[in-house]
Each structure stands twice: as C-alpha cells, then as structure tokens.
Design a protein around this ligand. Structure first.
Ligand code: NDP
Length: 304
C-alpha cells in the first residue's frame, strides 16, 4: 500500500485551517516569522512554500531576509525582537545558515515557546523525556512521519523500528518519537556494521541518510513498513533507468526537467513492503503541513 503524503497533508491542513478560524473567534490570529539569511535558491523555494501555506490557512506570516553578510549578533537581535512580539507565535530560521553564523547559538536564542521547528534544546529535552506530543513543539518531518503512521493505522507499540541516519533534524527525533510510542528502536549510521542484517529485522524501516536508492530489496524484511525520508535528485540517464526501468511517466518528467527525485530506498524494495512512502509525494509533503500545525499549537500553548 502506498502512503500518500499529499492526501494526509490536505487533511492536516484542513484541520489547521479550522483551528485558525477558532483562534480568530477567540480574538487572536496565529503568526509565523520566517528568517532566510542570504540567497540560497533551494531555501528560497522552501520558504516561499511555507509563506504560501500560511496564506492559504489564514495564518499571519512575515519574512525577514538579512544579507548573507549578517553577523551572529545582528541575527540574535532580530530573533530577540521577534521573541518580544506578542503577535508572533512561531519563529523559523531556515537552515543552513552561512558558515560564519553560529547556528547553535541562534537556535538557542529562539524562545522555546515559539520554536516551531522543535530544535531548541529545551524542546529536544522534552521530547526525550517523553512529554505527550500534544504538549510539545517537535521537529516537523519526524512529527509528520508519526502522523502518517497513526493516520494510516500502522501500529508502532511493540514493533521493531530501525532508523537509518542520526541527524538532529530527522534521525534522532524520529527515533525518540518511535521509542516514546513504545517501538523497540535501533539507530544506524555511517559506522554501523552489517547494516543489512539490522534493517532486515525492521517492522518499520525509516531511511534518512541522503543516499539515492541506498536501501536495496535484500535489506528489507517482507511485509515491513518503509518510510523513505530521503530526497535525492538524479540527473543521469543511467540512474534513471536503474531505479525506474521502463517507467514512462518518470522518463517524460526527466525529459522535461532534466532530473527526477529518488529517495534513500531503491523503489524495487517497495514491492516487498506492506506499506511505503513514495518520493516525491510521501514524507516531504507532510513537513509543511506539520509546520502549520506547530504554529497553531504554539499560539494555543502560549495562551494556556
Ligand atoms: P544528514 O546528512 O544530516 O544525516 C545523514 C545521516 O545518514 C547521518 O547520520 C549519517 O551518518 C547517515 N549516513 C550517511 N551515509 C550512510 C551510510 N552509507 N550508511 C549508513 N548511514 C549513513 O541528513 P538529514 O538527516 O538532514 O537528511 C537525510 C535525508 O532526508 C536527505 O536526503 C534529506 O534531503 C532528506 N530530508 C527530507 C526532508 C523531508 O521533508 N522529506 C526533511 C529533511 C531531510 P553519520 O552521522 O555517521 O555521518
């Protein structure tokens, strides 16, 4: 079964839109401030989609675009001013930041109550301490994965989950969420030995490593749920044919755009699964919906 991220994202967005209307009935409008430092084309695309989603759902949004040369101190001042504004419920600092900026210091400067990306150490700590998801601001991509499993009726408690990747953005938080939901969790990374033997034990396999088609059919247990977080752009004909042999739709898209996307899982492995998330249209589709949901949640939690 394919787990369609676009359908789930629409459902979440429609709930957020209802929650925004309820907030406005209570006399406030949830608001998100996005900070984009310098000109990074990929980040600009992400930020534009976030601002557009806010407009669609009735959330107030504003964009701040300091020059790439902005210093850590200047950015700290901007974050401080947003922390102080009552009408701003969420502050999102688009990563990556220029190399000269102290990213950790900046993320820690965000008021934890407005940290809609869930990257502040206080929110990371609350997640690890097992606070209920309704009460915390948790990272959007991992939270989207959990929503996808929950809404698709895929049970987690007691099952064996294997997470490939240990980044602070995806691997570690999704492992914490799966553990909090009572899965037995193994986290793998670039130094893990005999990876295939571990992944073959997974009832739920989450791949977040950024390596095109890395998870092959031999690494998957038949009947597993596969969550493919990776987003990798293929630009070569040979790779296109290797991962999508005879796929006319992919080929047409490739001819038009000169590239196609593949996840961290070889699509041939999906045939073995009981359910899987496609790329594109799987996990990626949920991330922005969860950001919107976190913004409304931050607004609600801040007002008690
Ligand atoms: P990072 O590069 O920060 O982390 C990659 C992780 O994968 C690291 O822990 C690394 O191990 C591990 N890794 C790398 N190579 C191997 C290997 N050969 N075997 C085992 N483990 C390996 O990536 P992110 O977590 O930020 O992103 C992962 C992927 O998910 C990317 O493709 C990214 O584009 C995508 N992504 C998608 C999102 C969405 O909305 N769908 C959101 C965020 C990311 P080590 O720690 O040892 O170096």
């Amino acid at each position: 079964m394919m787990l369609d991220g676009n359908i789930l994202a629409s459902a979440i967005k429609s709930e957020v839109s209802t929650a925004v209307a309820a907030a406005r009935d209570h006399g406030y409008r949830p608001g998100l401030a996005v900070i984009l430092v310098g000109e990074v084309p990929a980040s600009e695309i992400y930020v534009r989609s976030k601002v557009k989603a806010c407009a669609e759902l009735g959330i107030y949004s504003e964009m701040h675009t300091p020059e790439a040369s902005a210093t850590t101190d200047e950015l700290l001042e901007l974050v401080g001013s947003l922390n102080a504004r009552e009408e701003i419920d969420g502050i999102l600092i688009q990563l990556p930041l220029p190399a000269h900026v102290d990213t950790a210091r900046l993320l820690e400067a965000v008021d934890p109550a407005k940290d809609v990306d869930g990257f502040h150490p206080i929110n990371v700590g609350r997640l690890l301490n097992g606070f209920p998801m309704e009460q915390i601001l948790a990272p959007c991509t991992p939270a989207g994965i959990m929503e996808m499993l929950r809404r698709s009726g895929i049970s987690v408690a007691g099952r064996r989950a294997v997470v490939l990747g240990r980044s602070n953005i995806v691997g570690k938080p999704v492992a914490a969420m799966l553990l909090n939901a009572s899965a037995t969790v193994t986290i793998c990374h670039s130094q893990t030995r005999d990876l295939g033997a571990i992944t073959r034990e997974a009832d739920i396999l989450v791949a977040a490593i950024g390596r095109p088609g890395f998870v092959t059919p031999e690494m998957v247990r038949p009947g597993a749920t596969i969550v493919d977080v990776g987003i990798n752009r293929l630009t070569g004909e040979a790779e296109l044919e290797r991962f999508f042999p005879g796929d006319a739709v992919r080929r047409a898209g490739f001819a038009k755009r000169g590239s196609t996307l593949v996840g961290d899982v070889d699509p041939a492995a999906f045939a073995l699964s009981s359910s899987y998330t496609p790329v594109p249209g799987g996990v990626g589709a949920l991330t922005i919906a969860m950001l919107m949901s976190n913004t409304v949640k931050a607004a609600r939690l801040r007002r008690g």
